[in-house]
Design a protein around this ligand. Structure first.
Ligand SMILES: *Cc1c(COP(=O)(O)O)cnc(C)c1O
Length: 477
């Protein structure tokens, strides 16, 4: 006998929504609450420009659950309180970090992803999403120049992608039990490599940080000398990590000569392209990333410039089968994979949301032209700001070909630079312009990340004026 759906149980009050959606008919109350929540979110996004990127301390709602559960009205009011204290990436003056406004289609996809509540651990828990992830990773790998058969896996952030890349490289080299093995990178490579090598049980000196040029890029000559030295000493090399887009200034390590050296010595090349790899989508920048396709593995973070909602990072490999070799454990409690293997066996994470959905929908919303336009406009804003600051005189500027720019007054060092950067950041915040304050080469700088599509020439003009005033002010020291 066919099972008969139980009658729809009315909620205790008209405002209350059931803890779980009715499986037999669309839940009108849930729909209403989702609409109200969407309304809150759209109002928050739409007020961004009237406020400030960084709100002051706000009231936090009650943290602990009450004995009796709450209805939607209280829940939404509490949500609103958290939203009021949130950082505001949709503000045109939000220029401090690699945290752009959320791309609209990725917000929608994130909502659907939450509702689907699938699990990328195994195919039977995410049949369509597993296939989508594999297919989109393969496509992305091809776009970045990796060979046919390339692919990868999504991860919750670039730090994890970098860690998984190094673990995979170490496994593929047969160095898992060699405590003296090293990883080479530039001294301006990302701090996540420090974490990765520590998690891998390696001593701090296993991360060999090589000197950079004045432009902040890895010096191939220095790499060549060190590789020869390690070779003579018989020290095993896990991987060479080239950075495509350093975190302070967006410098691009020269990928082609580095790849040639890796090939000569038979070393694994990982490109940390968390920031820069996506620039291969712009015809104007593709040539600057020549050699990217020669990598064994690439980290790319679409969350950083495209505004795919957090988190969105991919680890792409020329031969993705290495992932399974490094991470597969067998999943005895799952049905066998009917495709290319469970993604839970192709990386460190077990249970994992279908983050690929928001990347896929976001890319489809933008289109290839839209992606290129976002990249080109970001670089244009950096060029614009750089010209304004250069014209002012008296500033040391640190940038690269991407959309990042750091600066400080000429000769302003140590505590003077610390004071200048703090005072100028505060003056900028008073104008609703938020920059960050990294310590770069031993001195505080101000840094602008120009990936925010809402930032107009007018904002850059105001920014320049505040910086100019900071130079006119008596001693930074
Ligand atoms: C941001 C960044 C990372 C780490 O990415 P998360 O998503 O923050 O973990 C790695 N490398 C570079 C160059 C980065 O800029």
């Amino acid at each position: 006998m066919a099972s008969v759906p139980p009658a729809h149980r009315p909620s205790s009050s008209p405002q209350d929504f059931g803890a779980f959606a009715d499986p037999f008919q669309p839940d009108p109350v849930l729909e209403e609450v989702l609409q109200q929540a969407s309304g809150l979110l759209c109002r928050w996004l739409g007020q961004a420009g009237h406020g400030t990127p960084l709100p002051g301390l706000s009231v936090l709602p009650v943290v602990e659950p009450e004995l009796a559960g709450l209805g939607s009205e209280r829940l939404l009011a509490d949500l609103q309180l958290v939203m009021e204290g949130a950082y505001n990436p949709n503000h045109p003056g939000a220029l401090a970090h690699l945290d752009p406004p959320p791309l609209s289609a990725s917000i929608v996809a994130d909502l659907i992803c939450a509702g689907l509540n699938n699990n990328l651990l195994a195919e039977e828990l995410s049949p369509s999403l597993s296939r989508l992830e594999r297919a989109l990773c393969a496509w992305m790998a091809g776009r970045l120049g990796l060979p046919d058969g390339a692919g990868g896996v999504a991860a919750s952030g670039g730090s994890l992608s970098n860690l998984m890349a190094l673990v995979t490289a170490r496994h593929q080299r047969g160095l898992a039990c060699r405590g003296e093995a090293v990883v080479l990178c530039s001294e301006e490579a990302h701090v996540s490599l420090v974490k990765a090598t520590a998690v891998m049980g390696l001593p701090p000196e296993a991360l060999v940080q090589l000197p950079v040029t004045a432009a902040g890029t890895l010096e191939p000559q220095a790499l060549e000398e060190r590789l020869a030295q390690l070779d003579r000493a018989g020290t095993p090399v896990i991987a060479v990590v080239a950075t495509a887009g350093t975190t302070v200034r967006g410098a691009l390590d020269p990928l082609e000569p580095i790849a040639a050296l890796c090939r000569r010595y038979g070393h694994w090349l990982h490109v940390d392209g968390a920031i820069g790899a996506i620039f291969a989508f712009s015809e104007r920048f593709r040539t600057r990333l020549t050699g990217l396709g020669l990598a064994d593995s690439i980290t790319v973070n679409p969350q950083k410039l495209l505004g795919i909602t957090k988190t969105s990072s991919l680890l792409l490999l020329a031969d993705p089968r290495h992932l399974q070799r490094a991470f597969a454990t067998g999943l005895p409690y799952m049905e066998p994979s009917w495709g290319g293997g469970h993604q839970g066996e192709a990386g460190l994470q077990g249970t994992r949301p279908g983050e690929i959905l928001k990347l896929w929908l976001g890319l489809r919303q933008l289109g290839l032209d839209g992606v290129a336009a976002l990249i080109d406009a970001a670089v244009q804003r950096r060029t614009d700001l750089e010209q304004r600051l250069r014209a002012m005189g008296g500033l040391s500027l640190c940038s690269g070909p991407l959309h990042l720019l750091a600066f400080r007054p000429d000769g302003c060092e140590g505590t003077a630079a610390e004071r200048w950067s703090a005072a100028t950041r505060a003056a900028l915040l008073a104008e609703q312009l938020m920059l960050s304050r990294p310590v770069y080469r031993g001195h505080h700088h101000l840094k602008a990340v120009l990936g925010n599509p809402h930032t107009l020439p007018y904002h850059l003009e105001r920014l320049s004026l505040v910086v100019q005033q900071s130079l006119a002010e008596p001693p930074h020291g």
